[in-house]
Design a protein around this ligand. Structure first.
Ligand SMILES: [Zn+2]
Length: 357
């Protein structure tokens, strides 16, 4: 069971290992203090480290914890890449940056969302334009955001999801739920009403490191989608685009790019495409390296339970600890062999990016 003491320890030990490995490998670190506290009152940080030549035109960037708790696997991958010196510190033709815990609040509290209940990958939108609408969400709002939660909820969710898949198909269900929403701050998949702390922080980091860059590869580490331990690289864009060609050449079949026209709501507010838009005059390839963990309905169950917990329940209770265990099961790989497999995949991805220049 994951109580608040364990959560605090897990976050701190992940962070300590990352910083100590960064130091041993000769990377320079900058720690950005988050305004809020973690479990047991601990301080929360996003840690940004860099190596190589800041004046070169090429950037390689690897980030973890955009979806909070997903950062536990991401953090392990980052720390081991550092321990094995996969990214050579002395290269003069490339600047390398790692961001640890893009969303440190969600990371430490074992949530996927941030301090504002925001799914960060729905927050990178233009808030001056009309907010995106997702009409499909409403049909599932009550089911996914129960006011009462108990251990029987999982069966109810599974049964209703199966019925919905039968009725409308998996793709339509996925779009309705995962498409996000901007109207209900206490419901799941909320995108926010303005740029959140983590978004503004990332924009600052990008503005600084991108100043003199012509070309960048950004890899954001995620979990919760796909088959267990399997990592795939995803981005949005069409095959004829230079950056997609670059991705295919670099990563071959590890790279899976959904055609941009299939599903607009799924691309709304994602971190990587925002980086590409911010520097549209440069050659930027931003991808997600996504690792499968559990079945989609188990992942959804954990997200809904955790959302109930933070709005209606008590994190510091036995049920709270049980729900946090569900979250960990849904977003971390407890199996050592699967973690090894996921690291080797990440290593291959990074080595290919390094060899491509
Ligand atoms: Zn994610």
């Amino acid at each position: 069971m994951i109580n608040t003491t364990l959560m605090a320890e897990r976050y701190q030990s992940a962070r300590d290992l990352f910083l100590s490995n960064a130091d041993k490998a000769g990377w320079e670190a900058h720690s950005l203090l988050h305004p809020l506290k973690g479990p047991q009152g601990i301080d929360l940080y996003t840690d940004v480290i860099h190596t190589g030549n800041p004046d070169s035109e090429n950037l390689l960037m690897i980030s973890s914890g955009t979806h909070g708790i997903e950062g536990y696997l991401g953090s392990e991958i980052q720390s081991r890449l550092l321990a094995e010196n996969v990214i050579a510190p002395d290269r003069s033709d490339r600047h390398a940056v790692m961001v640890h815990a893009v969303n440190p609040y969600g990371f430490a509290w074992h949530r996927r969302v941030n301090e504002d209940n925001i799914d960060l990958n729905r927050n990178f939108i233009d808030f001056d334009a009309p907010l995106p609408e997702n009409e499909g969400y409403e049909a599932f709002r009550a089911l996914l955001n129960p006011a009462e939660w108990d251990e029987g909820y999982e069966e109810k969710l599974k049964a209703e999801a199966a019925l919905a898949i039968e009725r409308m198909g998996l793709g339509a269900l996925f779009k309705s739920v995962s498409g996000g929403q901007y109207e209900h701050p206490s419901c799941i998949q909320y995108g926010g009403q303005g740029p959140c702390w983590s978004r503004r922080m990332m924009e600052d980091v990008w503005t600084q490191v991108m100043a003199n860059k012509r070309r960048a590869t950004q890899i954001d580490l995620h979990t919760g989608l796909g088959s267990p331990g399997q990592g795939i690289l995803m981005t949005y864009g069409k095959d004829e685009q230079t950056r997609i060609k670059r991705a295919r050449a670099m990563w071959q079949d590890i790279f899976v790019s959904p055609p941009a026209e299939t599903d607009d709501t799924l691309t709304t507010g994602v971190l990587g495409p925002h980086l590409e838009e911010m520097f549209a005059d440069r050659d930027i390839l931003a991808v997600v390296l996504e690792y499968g963990t559990k079945e989609p309905v188990d992942v959804l169950h954990a997200i809904a339970a955790d959302n109930w917990l933070h709005h209606h329940g008590d994190v510091d209770s036995e049920r709270g600890a049980r729900i946090k265990q569900l979250m960990l099961d849904a977003f971390y790989l407890s199996d050592t062999a699967l973690r090894e497999k996921s690291y080797q995949r990440a290593r291959n991805v990074v080595v290919a990016a390094e060899n491509a220049g």
